[in-house]
Design a protein around this ligand. Structure first.
Ligand code: FE2
Length: 202
């Protein structure tokens, strides 16, 4: 069964002005759709056609870079839409305790997310992730993903230019500040932490 674009979990203007409806119309409706379409075209008629997206990613890693890029980007964008929210709230409970233990404070974590995102060379993704009971910030380049890694990804931020250029032009730090300070979905992070294994697409 072919993969489909998962529904956006909010209206297309819910993240403005951090991420505008215009950006979402292109990023979700064009970029993410294209990754899905190219993944479907590449697996059509193959033994991967009925596999979950995570299995496609794992099978393609290291052996089929074109398919890997599109499948991983399909997954990353689905995870990213859920990593954002109109009002993301604040960490609580076990998540808040682990943030304090791993980063000292929520403010420190937020600053490190901004710094790592701003310093990430060229295109990629910045993640808050859990492994062996400890939280860390991870980076992946281009279309690479934590979907099939040993990490349990909790949140991600897209730092490809297409994520922010219409709203912030080349000012990636302005995009990062707007997202990190107001639009991260901490309830989604807590769900991922409680599950204890990586989110699945769909
Ligand atoms: Fe993107």
């Amino acid at each position: 069964m072919a993969f489909t674009l998962i529904p956006l979990p909010y209206s297309d203007d819910a993240l403005a002005p951090a991420v505008s409806a215009e950006t979402l119309s292109f990023h979700y409706g064009k970029h993410h759709q294209a990754y899905i379409d190219k993944t479907n075209a590449a697996i059509d008629g193959t033994e991967l056609a009925d596999k979950p997206l995570e299995a496609v990613i794992a099978a393609a890693r290291g052996s089929n870079q074109g398919l890997f890029n599109n499948a991983a980007q399909s997954w990353n964008h689905g995870f990213y839409w859920h990593s954002l929210a109109a009002d993301g709230g604040a960490p609580s409970g076990e998540l808040a305790s682990m943030i304090d233990a791993s980063f000292g404070s929520l403010d420190n974590l937020k600053q490190q997310l901004k710094d790592r995102g701003a310093g990430h060379f060229a295109s990629g993704w910045v993640w808050l992730a859990e492994k062996d009971g400890k939280l860390s910030i991870e980076e992946t380049h281009d279309g690479d993903t934590l979907a099939d890694s040993g990490f349990n990804p909790l949140l991600t931020i897209d730092v490809w230019e297409h994520a922010y250029y219409l709203d912030h032009q080349n000012a990636r730090p302005a995009y990062l500040s707007a997202v990190v300070d107001g639009k991260l979905n901490w309830a989604f992070a807590a769900e991922n932490l409680a599950r204890g294994s990586a989110w699945t697409y769909g």
